[in-house]
Design a protein around this ligand. Sequence first.
Ligand SMILES: *Cc1c(COP(=O)(O)O)cnc(C)c1O
Length: 475
Amino acid sequence: MQSLNSTTSNLRYLPSVDQVMQAQSIRFLAAEHGESVVTVHVRSAVDEVRSELMAGGSLIAKTTKQDLMTDVVNRVQASCRARQQVALQHTINATGVVIHTNLGRAPLSESASRALAEIGSGYCNLEYDLALGSRGRRGSSCERLLIELTGAEDAVIVNNCAAAAFLVMSVFGAGGEVIISRGELVEIGGDFRIPDVLAQAGAAMVEVGTTNRTKLADYAKAITPQTRMILRVHPSNFKIVGFTAMPDISALAHLAGENGMLLCEDIGSGTLIDLSKYGLSDEPVVKDSIANGADLVTFSGDKLLGGPQSGVIAGKADLIEKLRRHPLYRALRISKLIYAALEATLLAYAKGTEFADIPVLKMLSADDIDARTASFLAGLSSKTTSGLSARKVAGTSAIGGGAAPTVHPKTALIELRHSDMSAAALESALRSSNPPVIARISDGYVVLDLRTVSTAEEIHLMNALTRLNVKDSDP
Ligand SMILES: *Cc1c(COP(=O)(O)O)cnc(C)c1O
């Protein structure tokens, strides 16, 4: 039992928290970060080393008290250094997934980023009417733009689309019945499931039709004196194909109106403009839903719209006013920073410059990826990158963010190979570069898609590739 013996003898050499606290370099750290903070870091470093010793890892080789002390001190120094760095950082999305939820969804336009910085760094007229010199309504300028862009009578903005849908169901569905097609009992992701949300909102869900086909008569038959709302939910992240049927919005709006109930539509991604030219013909346009008679429409601000995380409810003025006065709205409202970024984003649509200004739309409509990829590769080959080879191959990008799951725009990929690194090692090395580069592994190779890399980010990507340190990153 050689390893057990060396484990127990090594454990004997493990310094105590008090002993580590006396070390010269730890005294320096304590002066800088404070005694109590450093004690916490020392305690967890000692615990970490103890469990590694007990697990019989590589620390077994450290046989002297001094070895173990040095190891603990190094860990404390590293964790104190990390403490002063912001962990949320700019990350290069080379996956080609445009609305990547794990990577923060929509990158903001330049004007939205500027607005964010400007409004964040000083006071602003968030709830102040500059013309009257008195209290004004929070968000009114953003709401005015939404009214103009959607054709709705009024609009209100909350934290995200999940909050928007929950607010609508809570205020207008609670205590009554909500009719929904069996084909629309959607899970969006992050545990947002329509049946659960309705239950939480206090509404009784009445399912009608089948998974693939629901008719107007199915809805009509389910109406009772308790019915408050017909709910339509866009099945954003999946698609039912084949023998399918759903009544259109105007027929449902008519049925709801005739029976004194609401037609509410959660369209999720909700684009403000028609994107069918780019293959997104299944994505409802907000203006169409409103024009077809939906009483309330909910959609995200950071999916295809291309703004900051937010959720919009657009629709009939009296209903929106009721939402605005509800106590739940106060809990779901957004900050001045989000208004700033959203207003700048919406302004691009109002001016008609959305395809030039908004990154998500630029990426969707990009037709220069092939040329950009070729010139990037030419730049790469002029640098010395030992062991690395790269070539252009045809591939596809994805929309992501729970939108248009069947749409895969054609793209050019950069396929990477390294003489001394596996694909997994190469992917991990890119991920640990500064700024981190997130790549995909496809058919056993690391691939990069410039669709989601801005031209300003290309230099960082180039640096990450030319600085690949083989020895450090290959396990
Ligand atoms: C994405 C989505 C949501 C949730 O939107 P968030 O902005 O992520 O909260 C809700 N409903 C539908 C139909 C969606 O597609």
